[in-house]
Design a protein around this ligand. Structure first.
Ligand code: HSE
Length: 434
């Protein structure tokens, strides 16, 4: 039976999971693939630490070149993450004619088209199922299962850390800062969770989904991104009273040749399936013109779910190797010559509903001043509630708008926040009524 030799670069949590699956499911994988997968070498800066699995010391090296320059290695698995040295390593492997599997969302979202061009030049495949939503096979679902559909929208909860924090704030109460601290202690958040809580990790994943869904080549830099660190218990509580949950949502729609691409905290109705996605789970709600809406739900991170995605790519590409073909399924789901530029709608032109929370001095005429300014900027009020005083003399006014243009809302809030009766910057959270 044919052997496919692989080299693993990065022997951390996911790499360890990959080895575990390749061992525990080796018979099944052989039967599915018609070939056996052999781990030829594993490179990492740390080859001493115990990963909790038995490993032949002869497989380990600290030299990436040993893998890249080994002509017997068919496929390189890059699990370092980040831009560099991952990008150089990945491109070197491709340039040596090796297929690559990676879970590197930042790299795909920033340099996807560069990687695609290199892969075409050398006629090799790049698999990246592990880059979005861990164990959920959303990349292959878009590339293959939904390939008959024009995708109308993609909405996602794509970051487990942010979803864990918001779920905990909703279900148990507490401040963002305290829950983040606890999440770090318990291992639900990384030591440096900046990319997770500021929305950038979600934007990386959304950029990849947008490229897959619409056949384009945007980068994460084109996505309007807000994080969750400013969300207060008051907002969680009030959203709940109104029948909403607050989620860090990745939103993309294709409308009249333009694509909406944004990541921000969002009020979603408690009745919608996405609001039931709790803790570290991820979900993608995707609408195709034939299939209609589908939701994919599962574990977005962790050793075994992420390794599941990586090994599925290893099997997929190995099937191509066995049949001596490549690019059978295009990397960005459309044939390269049909990838097109799309216009990303400026956030200023996005029309949606808003939740606004004003902190104001409790005195006569405040509400009329605020509503007057909103009215002058074409913002129509849906409902308004004033809560009893929490801080002496200061009250919170919660207001939901009808659909309004982002630019108009910004201008109105600029004016409102300059009023002497306004005590704090107004909280703005967008609403998706789904
Ligand atoms: N830091 C990511 C998360 C891991 O919290 O979801 C998966 O990309």
């Amino acid at each position: 039976m044919r052997k496919i030799n692989i080299g693993l670069i990065g022997f951390g949590t996911v790499g360890t999971g990959v080895l575990k699956i390749l061992r525990s499911n080796s018979k099944m994988i052989r039967e599915r693939l018609g070939a056996s997968i052999v781990v030829k070498k594993i490179a990492d800066l740390d080859i001493k630490s115990d990963r909790g699995i038995k490993i032949n010391k002869g497989l380990l090296t600290t030299s990436v070149e040993e893998i890249i320059n080994d002509p017997s290695i068919d496929l390189v698995v890059e699990l370092i993450g980040g831009f560099e040295p991952a990008k150089t390593i990945l491109l070197s492997a491709v340039n040596k004619g090796k297929h690559v599997v990676t879970a590197n969302k930042a790299l795909l979202a920033g340099y996807g088209i560069e990687l695609l061009k290199a892969a075409h030049k050398r006629k090799v495949d790049i698999g990246f199922e592990g880059s979005v939503a861990g164990g959920i096979p959303i990349i292959s679902a878009i590339k293959e299962g939904l390939s008959a559909n024009q995708i109308r929208f993609v909405l996602g909860i794509l970051n487990g850390t942010a979803n864990y924090i918001l779920s905990k704030m909703t279900n148990e109460g507490g401040k963002f800062k305290d829950i983040l601290k606890e999440a770090k202690q318990q291992g639900y958040a990384e030591k440096d969770p900046t990319l997770d809580i500021d929305g950038l990790d979600t934007a990386h994943k959304l950029a990849i989904l947008i490229n897959m869904a619409y056949g384009t080549t945007i980068t994460f830099k084109e996505i309007y991104t807000e994080g969750i660190s400013h969300i207060e218990p008051l907002d969680i509580e009030f959203a709940r009273e109104l029948g909403y949950r607050i989620k860090l949502l990745a939103i993309s729609r294709q409308i009249n040749g333009q694509v909406e691409a944004r990541v921000h905290p969002t009020l979603i109705p408690v009745t919608h399936l996405l609001s039931k996605v709790e803790g570290t789970y991820n979900a993608i709600f995707i609408d195709g013109d034939a299939a209609g809406p589908s939701m994919f739900y599962g574990k977005g991170a962790g050793m075994m779910p992420a390794a599941s995605a990586v090994v599925s790519d290893i099997i997929d590409i190995s099937r191509n190797i066995v049949r001596e073909i490549n690019h059978r399924v295009p990397m960005f789901s459309y044939q390269r010559e049909f990838l097109k530029k799309v216009k990303i709608k400026n956030i200023k032109d996005v029309v949606t509903r808003y939740y606004l929370r004003f902190s104001v001095v409790d005195c006569t005429g405040v509400l009329s001043k605020i509503s007057g300014i909103l009215g002058r900027h074409n913002i129509s009020i849906h409902s308004v509630i004033q809560k009893s005083r929490r801080v002496k003399g200061v009250v919170s006014i919660f207001l939901l708008t009808h659909e309004a243009r982002d630019a108009d809302v910004r201008k109105a809030l600029n004016e409102i926040d300059r009023l002497s009766v306004v005590q704090d910057k107004t909280m703005l959270i967008r609403i998706e009524d789904l």
